[in-house]
Write a protein that binds this ligand. Sequence first.
Ligand SMILES: Nc1nc2c(ncn2[C@@H]2O[C@H](COP(=O)(O)OP(=O)(O)OP(=O)(O)O)[C@@H](O)[C@H]2O)c(=O)[nH]1
Ligand SMILES: [Mg+2]
Length: 417
Amino acid sequence: MGIALCKPERDAAAKNRQIETQIRIENQANKRKIKMLLLGISDSGKSTIVKQMRVNYCNGFNETEVVNAIFLIRNNIIDAFKHISLLILDSHIIKSDTEKVLLKLFAFESQKIEMMQEVDELRLINSIRVLECITVFFEHYSFHPMIPDNIHYFFPHLERIAVSEYMPTVEDLIHMRQTTLGVHEISFDYQTQTIRLIDVGGQKTERRKWIHFFEGVTAVMFVCSLSSFNQATEQEPNNAFAKGDGRRKQSTPTVLVSVVGVVTQQSAKQNSGPLYWQSQAETWGTKLIDNALFKISFQMVNRLDESVDLFTSIRENNFLKSSNFMLFLNKIDLLGKKLETIQFVNHFPAYEQWITNDNSVQSVAEFIESMFREGLDANQKIYAHLTQATITTNIEYTFGLCCDVIFNKNIETLSLE
Ligand SMILES: Nc1nc2c(ncn2[C@@H]2O[C@H](COP(=O)(O)OP(=O)(O)OP(=O)(O)O)[C@@H](O)[C@H]2O)c(=O)[nH]1
Ligand SMILES: [Mg+2]
């Protein structure tokens, strides 16, 4: 005998059935899709690759995104001038008293500038960009590791950008920096397949979310910034991804040295960032601890080492054992520019023993690729590509190469089944 249901219960049961059917259909459709995961440390270029996919296969950006970009790009510029000002103030670069006033405003009150009326914000950007000391900085130190990469693109365009009627171009949107928080997915058709492309945040605090997306991944596209070889991040205690392996100089342990000032709640945010001129093995800086500004020695980890360690741990992850690994050795353009003035061997002494240790882009890129291949099983294939994610055609071409491999492998697997 059936159970008699009253109307609200019947409606709820019908709704449940409808939801379950919908989930089943979606699951089946997802199985037919190719799932690709973009992984890599922060600032490597993952979201830039997603933007290129959107330009190529998803109608680009909508009006709201373009309008939002006006503010984000200006904030990128103010943030870059903040770091540049801090460095100039702390350096031997000659600056007049009037220049110092403006530099201090950007260095310590950048958030205030971001909150100003547009007309005042633009006046300040236009005032700082023409300072003599800024010109000197860009001539001699523009590839300092503390400077955001996209300022090399935005600085020559400031005359166009720092006006009230500014509308960002697609190229501006590609160079805009917005740290990814959480996990984002786009889906698009490519040849005969539907691709699900998943972008994650690369910051350490974001990485614990990654594991939830490791199931059923056809390809991992691991992105590494080649220009990160002279950059460093502060090492977290017990960080599994930042062990370092002696390829570069050993860092010093974190030591609390002295209190250099007490800060108020108001100035806390502005003063908490590291203030140092050159990140080498030993790095000095100031850090906010319990509202007091301490001078400490940070234990730093080289960002290229961090990237290699992260790649190794991803490669060894059991969920990803049957995934294809594509390595995007990105920011090849910035590597080239840096190598014009910086000796790679000073950051990676092991490079001295490399086949050709001539500081050329090709040789350094090969050495870096070899770091990622170290300890690889003979049967584990990694497909490596040199990329510049800010160039649409470059990513379109590289993505095509990756898909050729993936689709052919899929056919091989299907014919074996
Ligand atoms: N010059 C140059 N800049 C690049 C390249 N790839 C990315 N960038 C810039 O590097 C910055 C960081 O890129 P994102 O794509 O935001 O980095 P991400 O890996 O998504 O970083 P998270 O979201 O923090 O994990 C952006 O300003 C990009 O425009 C490149 O090949 N060359
Ligand atoms: Mg991102």
